[in-house]
Write a new protein. Structure first.
Length: 165
């Protein structure tokens, strides 16, 4: 069955993990893989307004926008700034139930009310983050965190096998 049909029919967390694994292990171009993963997550996760990646620029303390689904986004974010930058600095998942109360939140989309950001590690090296925003307060919980952390782990495990072009 095609991804689209299963997602529309209510895919399970395990289905989404399987789809993600298939996308990640089936393509070696990093941009194509990240684009399809953002599309998969956009289709699977309800009540979101942005999903995508920020990639660490090697040798800097800056992340640059990668493939995403949603409105035009902030292009560069410094490590330590906003939820994305804090995730990159702390190397851990950050769930923010109310972004309006997060000190230093960067409002790329003024409609966002909650956010989850998951680090992507290739070995011990931070390579980027997976960022998801919602226009709903307190949108992200354990099931979403589990899916996103699994996707980030799969990406990290396959990162060095993926090419940039």
């Amino acid at each position: 069955m095609e991804f689209e049909n299963m997602l529309q029919q209510g895919a399970t967390i395990d289905d989404v993990k399987m789809f993600a694994r298939s996308i990640i292990e089936g393509e070696r171009n990093r941009i194509a893989t990240l684009a399809n993963i953002s599309a998969l997550l956009n289709q699977y996760l309800s009540q979101i307004n942005w999903v995508g990646f920020y990639l660490l620029i090697p040798g800097t303390d800056s992340l640059v926008l990668g493939p995403f689904q949603g409105l035009v986004a902030c292009t560069r974010i410094a490590v330590g700034q906003g939820v994305v930058g804090q995730c990159a600095k702390l190397h851990q998942t950050i769930v923010v139930p109310n972004v309006l109360e997060f000190p230093g939140h960067i409002a790329c989309d003024s409609q966002s009310r909650s956010e989850i950001v998951v680090p992507i590690h290739s070995g011990q090296q931070m390579v980027g983050v997976l960022d998801v925003d919602s226009p709903e307060f307190d949108r992200f919980h354990e099931p979403e965190q589990e899916v996103l952390e699994t996707v980030a782990q799969l990406l990290g495990e396959n990162w060095t096998q993926m090419t940039q072009n």
